[in-house]
Design a protein around this ligand. Structure first.
Ligand SMILES: *[C@@H]1O[C@H](CO)[C@@H](O)[C@H](O)[C@H]1NC(C)=O
Ligand SMILES: *[C@@H]1O[C@H](CO)[C@@H](O)[C@H](O)[C@H]1NC(C)=O
Ligand SMILES: *[C@@H]1O[C@H](CO)[C@@H](O)[C@H](O)[C@H]1NC(C)=O
Length: 197
C-alpha cells in the first residue's frame, strides 16, 4: 500500500526531476540558433542612429518571454517566441525586397544566404512549436515592422530594426533560457554548423 508519506516523497522527487530537465521534448538545437545569431550580428554595421526614431513605431514585446524557465511550459513559450520570430521574419524576406542603392540595405550577401538557410532549417526543427496558442502576442510588432518596410522612405530602417530586434531575441533566449535548447553534438548539427561558419 502506498502511504501518503511515500506519495509525497515520490511527488517531491518527480518535481525535482521536472525542474532539473525543463527542456521540452520539442526543442530547438542551440548550436544552430547560436550560428543564426552570429550571422545576424555580423551581417552589417551597427544600428544607424537615424533609424532610432522608428523605435516609437516598432518595439519588440519582450514580455512575450516568460519571466523564468523552470518548467516545460515556460520553455515552450520561450522557444515559441524564437520560432515565431524567425517564421515572421522569413515571411518578410519572402514578401519584400531589401532596398538597394543609396540609403539601402548593404548586408553581407553570403552571411545573409547562410542565415536564410538556417531560418528554413530551424523552422523545420521547430515545427512542433507552431501549435503553441499565442498567435496574438507578436502580431502587432510584425505588422508595425511591415508598415515601416512597406514605405519607400522608411524601408531600410524597417529592415535595420528587424535585424536588431531579431538578434536581441536570439541573444536573450540563448543566454537567459539556455537550458530550453538542445545542446548535443549530433554530427548532423555539427556538420551543418561547420558549413556555415
Ligand atoms: C504598433 O503601432 C501602434 C500604433 O502606432 C502602437 O500603438 C503599438 O504600440 C505598436 N506596437 C508595437 C509592438 O510596436
Ligand atoms: C510612425 O508613427 C508615427 C506616429 O504614430 C506616424 O505618424 C508615422 O506615420 C509612423 N511611421 C511609419 C513609417 O509607420
Ligand atoms: C560538444 O563538443 C564540444 C567541443 O566541440 C565540447 O567542448 C563539449 O563538451 C561537447 N558537449 C557534449 C554534450 O558532448
Amino acid at each position: 500500500m502506498v502511504t501518503m508519506a511515500t506519495l509525497l516523497v515520490l511527488l517531491h522527487l518527480c518535481g525535482i526531476q521536472l525542474m532539473a530537465d525543463a527542456r521540452p521534448t520539442c526543442s530547438l538545437p542551440g548550436k544552430l540558433v547560436q550560428s543564426a545569431h552570429h550571422l545576424l550580428r555580423d551581417l552589417g554595421g551597427p544600428f544607424p542612429a537615424h533609424c532610432l526614431r522608428y523605435n516609437s513605431n516598432i518595439s519588440f514585446p519582450y514580455s512575450a518571454f516568460p519571466a523564468a524557465t523552470a518548467n516545460h511550459l515556460q520553455c515552450r513559450q520561450t522557444l515559441w517566441v524564437v520560432y515565431e520570430s524567425l517564421q515572421e521574419a522569413d515571411l518578410m524576406f519572402e514578401d519584400y525586397e531589401l532596398p538597394v542603392g543609396e540609403g539601402g540595405v548593404t548586408w553581407d550577401d553570403q552571411k545573409l544566404t547562410k542565415f536564410r538557410h538556417l531560418q528554413t532549417r530551424l523552422q523545420e526543427d521547430g515545427d512542433c512549436l507552431s501549435s503553441v496558442d499565442d498567435s496574438g502576442t507578436l502580431s502587432s510588432y510584425f505588422s508595425n515592422v511591415t508598415a515601416v518596410i512597406q514605405q519607400q522612405d522608411s524601408a531600410a530602417c524597417g529592415w535595420m530594426v528587424l535585424r536588431r530586434d531579431l538578434t536581441e531575441v536570439l541573444r536573450s533566449a540563448l543566454t537567459l533560457h539556455h537550458g530550453c535548447f538542445t545542446w548535443t553534438n549530433k554530427t548532423t548539427d555539427e556538420h551543418f554548423c561547420r558549413q556555415l561558419n
